[in-house]
Design a protein around this ligand. Structure first.
Ligand code: GAL
Length: 813
């Protein structure tokens, strides 16, 4: 039976900017002790040179190979090393790998000394002059460095299961029916093996036997039609565990469990269908990077992003732009029912033949390594936004179809009517600039109307927006996202769209705002929400959403005109009160984004029926004055629309009002100057119940609102990290978007901080990361600022034992 031993601890590391280290025998003195996931260089939040992380680095580690491994197959597996790696065991080079985003494994059984220590050396080159994807030209994201994913050894018997692909594509007939088909590759030294398969719903204890099949070839197909599964869906992502055993003469030689779900995912000419139901894909693009450590984050932080996408942003899909991402992230997408479009590494540039050869190898590796993730519905087999190259892309498509006949291919392009060798035309539609329509029509883009069409990016660089930008800008950013979602929802033959992008990210000098950040996210780098996040969040029905685009401070707006204030909600209606006086109940149907279930709602009434009830005006006068003042609030006094001129005349001539009176009403009812503070209260109503309340009034006190993604930290295969999001809020929990003040962190106990101990909030938001040290116990994180009460967050660290690494001492016991 197989045994897995994680090798994430106990590494020594040294990084250099030139190729001066002589591998494998470089000087070990001065090496640093590190754990994986590891980054070669901790980086500032922004304003740094990307050359900082580009280096040749050496990693060293001892592995004790117990005697009982002898004669077996000992695979050494790297899940991700950025970017070119060479691996040496006891001084002998055992492999090299030329992709920072796919895993690789090597059987080191023949080079190990058993019952003894062995020396493992890894050379990792993160310089960007390498001749394979994504390198060769500019790239709009940082590519980082280091052994940034897990490393482990898997010891298998002489005969073992090499690979299992449990096909996720279900067939739906009269009833839900899934003939279970698996493609199993075995490594046998003799004839006469048997394969047996079992299944259970994830979470159940008992397996049910599916059946058996003889091993006649290296690759066998097992097909069982006695299998009935509940379907995996975005709402009910039911997963199963399929256990495959390899036997000879009744003895189990190897066993492996594949966790998978069954669904019928289809791109048709008129859209995407999941289990026979048409589903509009509403997704975001995700980069796998974080402040300070780039790619080097463990399982929990990878999972957190999937949770944020599904539960906070309410999207049903993610594109792993522009490379295969962590299995921890994908596992969580499987569990949550988050659809995934995943693609090979690359950005616009296509290199020479050697480079292309590697890109084809990347397609193969991506599919072989990721095809058991049920959530993946589309393979991206073109270099993102590259030009047509039929000879090259025929190869990538063929590789994908050969290795996974169950899923279609796509390939992201920036050009219209390009050569379509893929199954789905996937296009970055950046037409929307605030004025142009939200999206192009399918017929204006694709080269084949018979094939499905999907929008893989929109917005992003068209309107970079910082969390501390002025309110109007943040609102416009949000509306542009709503505009595209609305336009796509109105096109029945577009399968859906992926916005650019989930979170801000560090980037190269050629992109971004000069500080090495692309402010393209609907979240900031710490995953705090910008206004645009509310557009996505309000499209889901799971939890009530009510966000107001404004702090309701008129002075934040040019010439003190309210202009466009919006309500983002998934409620049926929103009641607005001003100083506890009811003003207006905004109905969902009032949204101008008619194709969205829950479009933004324009707030265009600040007066309600106050002129009748409080000022005792006749109805005609009250109506005219209200129209005039609401229009003045929206457009500004100098820009009252002509259609209101008759009402104005009626006020001045019919009701004998003068300018001073009108101004006085404006000041009291719209400008809210003087007197007591104005308090706005908004209530979201769903099924006649108040489901959420938002109160906006001039702040009196700043408070820090701190949210740790988890506080029970667990060391299992490596260290754990908790992401701590910090927001400066007022008494009612509203983010104070211009509170860009310093925050200090103090940490005690069994944890350390990732990043600096003093940060400045940006847009009233920020964060930090708490990392475990390998010991059980408590961690206390104190968060202070000059103006707020200190906050203390407590974490507990638990050490979970997994297969222990052997040493000479433990072996002899
Ligand atoms: C696209 C590109 C993305 C990102 C985006 C910004 O062209 O594919 O990686 O750069 O633009 O909007």
């Amino acid at each position: 039976m197989r045994e897995r031993v994680y090798l994430n601890d106990g590494w020594k590391f040294s990084g250099m900017y030139e190729d001066r280290m002589r591998f494998p025998d470089f000087d070990e003195s001065g090496m640093e002790e590190v754990r994986l996931p590891h980054t070669c260089k901790e980086l500032p939040f922004h304003y740094f040179d990307e050359e900082l992380y580009q280096m040749v680095s050496g990693y060293r580690r001892k592995i004790f190979a117990p005697k009982n491994w002898q004669g077996k197959n000992v695979f050494l597996i790297f899940e991700g090393v950025a970017h070119e790696s060479e691996v040496f065991v006891n001084g002998k080079k055992v492999c090299e790998h030329h992709c920072g985003y796919t895993g690789f494994s090597i059987n080191i059984g023949d080079v190990l000394n058993y019952g003894a220590e062995n020396f493992l050396t890894v050379k990792a080159d993160s310089r960007e002059n390498l001749n394979f994807p994504p390198f060769g030209f500019v790239i709009d994201y940082m590519t980082y460095d280091g052994i940034y994913r897990d490393v482990y050894v898997e010891v298998r018997e002489q005969e073992y299961l090499e690979d299992i692909f449990v096909k996720p594509q279900a067939e739906i007939g009269q009833r839900i029916y899934t003939p279970l088909e698996s493609e199993i590759t075995v490594h046998m030294t003799e004839d006469g093996g048997l394969l047996r398969q079992w299944m259970r719903r994830k979470g159940e204890t008992e397996y049910q036997l599916l059946g058996e099949g003889e091993v006649k070839h290296k690759k066998e197909i097992l097909r069982f039609s006695n299998f009935q599964a509940e379907l995996w869906d975005v709402e009910h992502p039911v997963l199963y565990e399929i256990r495959t055993e390899l036997l000879r003469n009744g003895k189990i030689l190897d066993a492996q469990v594949v966790t998978t779900g069954f669904r019928k995912a289809e791109f048709r000419r008129d859209g995407f269908y999941l289990n026979g139901r048409k589903l509009k894909i509403r997704g975001l693009n995700r980069h796998q990077s974080y402040p300070y450590v780039g790619y080097a984050m463990p399982a929990s932080i990878q999972k957190m992003d999937a949770d944020i996408l599904k539960k906070e942003l309410g999207v049903n899909a993610v594109r792993t732009s522009h490379y295969p991402q962590s299995h921890y992230f994908l596992n969580r997408c499987d569990e949550l029912g988050l659809l995934v479009f995943t693609e090979i590494p690359g950005w616009q540039h296509i290199g020479d033949e050697r480079w292309k050869e590697q890109a084809v190898a990347n397609v193969r590796d991506m599919i072989l390594q990721y095809r058991n993730h049920t959530s993946i519905i589309l393979w991206g087999v073109r270099i993102n936004e590259s030009k047509d190259d039929d000879v090259f892309y025929e190869r990538t498509n063929a590789a994908a179809h050969e290795l996974d006949p169950t899923r279609p291919t796509g390939g992201v392009r920036a050009c219209k009517r390009s050569s379509l060798l893929e199954d789905v035309y996937t296009y970055n539609d950046f037409i929307h600039d605030g004025k142009q329509p939200g999206c192009e029509k399918k017929s204006g883009v694709t080269s084949d109307m018979e094939k499905p069409y999907l929008i893989s990016e929109y917005n992003g660089h068209m309107y970079p927006t910082k969390a501390y930008d002025c309110e109007n800008k943040r609102t416009e950013h949000a509306l542009r996202h709503a505009n595209v979602l609305n336009a796509v929802a109105g096109q029945s033959d577009i399968a859906g769209c992926f916005g650019w992008c989930m979170a801000d990210y560090n980037t190269h000098k050629d992109f971004g705002s000069g500080d090495r950040i692309c402010y393209h996210g609907v979240l900031d780098m710490f995953r705090n929400p910008k206004t645009a996040a509310a557009v996505y969040a309000s499209q889901q029905e799971e939890r009530p959403v009510l966000e107001i685009s404004s702090s309701m401070d008129i002075g934040e707006h040019p010439a003190s005109n309210w202009e466009n204030l919006y309500i983002f909600t998934n409620a049926d209606s929103v009641r607005m009160y001003k100083n506890e006086r009811f003003i207006h109940e905004y109905q969902r149907e009032e949204s101008h984004w008619h194709n969205l279930q829950h479009g933004p709602i324009l707030m265009d009434d600040f007066i309600g029926n106050a002129f009748e009830t409080e000022e005792h005006m006749p109805k005609g006068q009250a109506d005219s004055l209200k129209k005039l003042l609401n229009a003045a609030a929206h457009y500004g006094v100098a820009h009252i629309p002509k259609r209101l001129y008759p009402a104005i005349l009626k006020l001045f001539l019919g009701y004998r009002m003068n300018m001073a009176q009108v101004t006085d009403f404006y000041t009291r009812y719209v400008g809210d100057w003087g007197g007591a503070s104005t308090r706005y209260r908004f209530e979201a109503i769903k099924n006649n119940k108040v489901v959420k309340t938002v109160i906006k009034e001039p702040m009196k006190q700043v408070r820090l609102q701190v949210q740790a993604d988890h506080q029970q930290l667990k060391e299992e295969y490596s260290y754990d990290v908790a992401a701590v999001r910090i927001q400066a809020v007022d008494e009612h929990g509203n983010i104070l978007n211009f509170y860009n003040e310093p925050i200090c962190f103090e940490i005690e106990g069994e944890g350390v901080l990732i990043g600096p101990s003093v940060i400045a909030l940006q847009g009233g938001m920020g964060g930090t990361y708490v990392k475990t040290k390998g010991l059980p116990g408590k961690i206390l994180l104190k968060i202070k600022s000059a103006q707020t009460e200190p906050i203390c967050v407590e974490f507990m660290v638990e050490i979970k034992e997994n297969t222990k690494e052997c040493s000479a001492e433990t072996e002899s016991v």
